[in-house]
Design a protein around this ligand. Structure first.
Ligand SMILES: Cc1cc2nc3c(=O)[nH]c(=O)nc-3n(C[C@H](O)[C@H](O)[C@H](O)COP(=O)(O)O)c2cc1C
Length: 368
């Protein structure tokens, strides 16, 4: 079974390892380079220790600062293809930006990933937000923005039809007029789980209608309980569908709390790439006046340490207890990020995964 679909199992994934820095906006020399050898090493280890899925970011230009955070990005489709071929059980997602990818090309790329590793490829659909990227691509975001999710709906309908429909057919939509379409091979029905990240009303609605999992940011595990309830209720009420809800955090796990906090201070405070942090926050509209200076300071720190996600810092006992809070809040799983995805995963797998299994919120890899 697709690891992402395992029941009674709090799913864990690794997010953003295809981008330089990962989620850590830091200048330290040992920051994540997102090279292919690093990704391959991480994926093989993740596969072996029982991590359920790998999730890349669709990113086209960097965030400036001293390091040009996310300036080096392995494109998700070939990244996923290579990692699926090199692993045996883990789910690997490709994150696809609707505005920059033709849906028939995406449909066939995904079908090809499913042919490489049947039942292990997934798609994460992103509908776009980052204006400088649209400018780099020469795509008008003003037009698309009015009906970004309308466009994304039609885009995804074309993908799904290509996966499901036999023979030759035409598509006559508002955005796509396609003649004599044919799409072979097709993935086996239900083989490609759909994930979507978006937080506006339209974004949540899109996810409720189309996704198996909503990927959403939360300020804390506790605050996530209402988000989970809202997303699930919306999907049930509006579309009679069940959706899973995933969120994201970043981890520093060390034998003592002091060591974990020292490392956090080192990479995310003393050596943060503040130029990139501020640019990233500004792009995401987070320097708006609605934030108090205290909220902004907390957020700014979180952007440096993990792109705004929840920090999970401490000893293996503390880290396991924090992760368990997300399970208790009703999340179906979460992604994690490490400064060194490969090196730190080894310690995490050795110390934290068995604790989560002992708590009964995850099943051992051997039972998959
Ligand atoms: C957890 C998370 C992951 C995301 N990953 C990507 C990504 O890889 N590439 C991208 O362009 N946008 C990404 N986004 C942005 C969303 O897809 C979306 O465009 C943005 O949140 C604005 O959507 P909204 O208007 O529905 O809030 C991500 C957002 C979240 C919350």
């Amino acid at each position: 079974m697709h690891p992402i679909k395992r029941p009674d199992h709090f799913k864990l994934g690794l997010f953003s390892s295809n981008c330089s820095g990962g989620l850590a906006v830091t200048k330290i020399d040992e920051r994540w380079g997102a090279t292919w050898p690093e990704n391959l090493r991480m994926a093989k280890l993740a596969d072996q220790v029982g991590i359920d899925f790998l999730l890349p970011i669709a990113r086209w230009i960097g965030y400036k600062g001293d390091t040009n955070f996310h300036g080096h990005v392995l494109e998700p489709i070939p990244w996923a293809a290579g990692l699926l071929a090199a692993t045996e059980r883990i789910s690997v997602f490709a994150t696809i930006h609707t505005a920059f990818n033709h849906p028939l090309v995406t449909a066939k790329q995904m079908a090809t990933l499913d042919a490489i590793a049947p039942g292990r490829a997934g798609i994460n659909v992103v509908a776009g937000w980052n204006k400088p990227e649209y400018e780099a691509m020469g795509v008008d975001m003003a037009d698309a923005h009015d009906d970004r999710y309308g466009f994304a709906q039609e885009w995804f309908d074309v993908v799904k039809q290509a996966w499901e429909r036999e023979g030759i057919y035409d598509v006559n939509g508002k955005y796509f007029t396609l003649q004599h379409v044919e799409a072979e091979p097709r993935p086996a029905p239900g083989n490609i789980p759909v994930l979507n990240a978006g937080s506006s009303t339209q974004g949540r609605d899109w996810a409720a209608r189309n996704s198996d999992f909503v990927f959403t940011i939360t300020p804390s595990a506790e605050a996530g309980a209402d988000i989970v309830t809202g997303v699930k209720a919306n999907a049930r009420d509006a579309y009679s569908r069940d959706v899973g809800v995933l969120t994201l955090g970043h981890v520093v796990c060390r034998p003592t709390r002091a060591e974990a906090e020292d490392f956090m201070q080192y990479y995310a405070v003393d050596n943060a790439d503040w130029g990139a942090v501020d640019y990233l926050m500004q792009l995401q509209g987070m320097h708006a006046q609605s934030f108090t200076p205290e909220m902004l300071a907390t957020l700014r720190g979180r952007f440096a340490s993990g792109h705004g996600s929840v920090p999970i810092v401490g000893t293996p006992d503390e880290v396991a207890a924090e992760i368990a809070k997300f399970h208790a809040a009703g999340f179906d799983g979460m992604t994690l990020a490490f400064v060194d995805y490969a090196g730190e995963l080894e310690y995490f797998a050795q110390e934290v995964l068995p604790r989560l299994e002992a708590m009964g919120i995850r099943q051992p890899v051997a039972s998959a």
